[in-house]
Design a protein around this ligand. Structure first.
Ligand SMILES: Cc1cc2nc3c(=O)[nH]c(=O)nc-3n(C[C@H](O)[C@H](O)[C@H](O)COP(=O)(O)O)c2cc1C
Length: 384
């Protein structure tokens, strides 16, 4: 059963469902499973070396001949990383003092230093995508400039741009992108703004409010992101004017995702309150609430710019991941996480969502008109 929309036509896919690029989660197996089921699988390229991006693209091509995308952040401070030497000792000490409270728990030495953040990889990844002529470039956390959109179009690559405001949606549309993704405040992971905002400003607008606003503002194919985990969510976004959806959290809890088992388990059972924090990376992101996120909030310490917060705490967060300490690593999750109850195959997510969306839309029509028999598909009075 299909569900064709202007977005499926624009991207050459069959189901109006995009899987978000997600660092450490969306590798070739997940991408291929989504694309093979008719959605758009999207590789995560953030923080990968150019050779790793190329190898992942080539691997996807061995697993599917359907369209797929590659995602990168275009945030000002990520594309041109801040110089670590510009950080004052006092500011660094305040951050490291909080992190040092937790290092002994994982047998790590306290530190007051900032490790070298390494080379800028964003622009290098973009060059690989253009050389490889990937079917879709997925941009987030900053809108692609017109010249970049033109470069992708010149090699036949479609451009998808994720925004969290109407103003950014209008910019993306003016810059010539092919599809806009509207990210509501329910979304898991980082807020899609091109530069950092205050926390109250970063929370953003709920998906329910943002989609109609953007629908009225732009005529491009529009996907809704944030809090959508099933076919009812897909159906409701179509009704609000979207041409499809983009899902992150639902795809983290799939068999093909590279997320750790503890992360997947935390997404499908138990207490799943989410919160917005900049304590793990320096940029605002929605995660499952945790001991570290609470402590960071009460500390009132200002996070380091760009992704230097992640660099400063890399030893701690990596060690937590290695030993499965779910309180000291960011388990990104959207507010819709409470709707998940099992880890499933990514292809099943696509197939089930499309079927459920059809059922949901039929069920609304039946409720509004109880004389209608959804099974017959014939509404004529002669058949009632
Ligand atoms: C684990 C995780 C990692 C994410 N990483 C990225 C990323 O690298 N690039 C990106 O564009 N969006 C990323 N996102 C955000 C998604 O694009 C999207 O806005 C969000 O997942 C939609 O909300 P949902 O999680 O409720 O489905 C990530 C989301 C999650 C849950």
């Amino acid at each position: 059963m299909g569900l064709a929309t202007p977005m499926t036509s624009a991207l050459g896919i069959e189901a109006p469902i995009l899987q978000s690029g997600m660092g450490g989660v969306a590798g070739p197996e997940l991408v291929a499973a989504v694309s093979n089921a008719g959605g758009l699988g999207v590789l995560a390229a953030l923080r990968l070396e150019p050779d790793q991006v190329r190898a992942a693209i080539k691997k996807v091509r061995t697993l599917t001949n359907k369209p797929f995308g590659v995602n990168i952040w275009l945030h000002d401070d990520v594309r041109t990383p801040p110089n670590p030497t510009s950080i004052s000792n006092d500011r660094l000490r305040a951050v490291q003092d909080v992190l040092n409270e937790y290092r002994p728990r994982l047998d790590l030495e306290p530190t007051l230093t900032l490790p070298d953040p390494g080379p800028d990889l964003v622009n290098a990844a973009i060059e690989v995508m253009i050389e490889e002529q990937v079917p879709v470039f997925s941009a987030a956390i900053g809108t692609p400039e017109p010249r970049l959109v033109e470069r992708f179009h010149s090699v036949g690559t479609k451009v998808v741009s994720m925004v969290a405001t109407v103003a950014d949606g209008l910019d993306a549309s003016d810059h010539g992108v092919d599809v806009v993704v509207a990210q509501g405040s329910e979304a898991g992971g980082h807020r899609s703004y091109g530069s950092k905002r205050s926390k109250s400003d970063a929370v953003g607008t709920s998906t329910f409010v943002l989609i109609p606003e953007l629908r009225d503002a732009i005529s491009l194919p529009l996907a809704a992101a944030g809090g959508i985990v099933d076919g009812r969510g897909l159906a409701s976004m179509l009704v609000l004017g979207a041409d499809g959806v983009l899902l992150g959290t639902r795809f983290v809890a799939t068999t093909e995702s590279m997320a750790s088992d503890i992360w997947k388990q935390r997404l499908v059972a138990g207490e799943r309150r989410t919160t917005l924090t900049d304590g793990f990376t320096g940029q605002w992101a929605r995660i499952l609430d945790s001991e570290f996120a609470d402590r960071w909030e009460t500390s009132q310490v200002e996070a380091l710019p760009g992704l230097l917060q992640a660099t400063a705490g890399k030893d701690l967060f990596s060690a937590a991941k290695a030993v499965g300490d779910d309180q000291l690593q960011p388990l990104y999750a959207g507010a819709g996480v409470s709707g998940l109850s099992s880890i499933v195959g990514a292809g099943d997510v696509i197939n089930d969502m499309v079927a459920e969306a059809h059922e949901a839309l039929e069920s609304v029509q039946s409720r509004l008109d109880p004389t209608r028999d959804p099974r017959s598909g014939d509404n004529s009075p002669a058949n009632q």
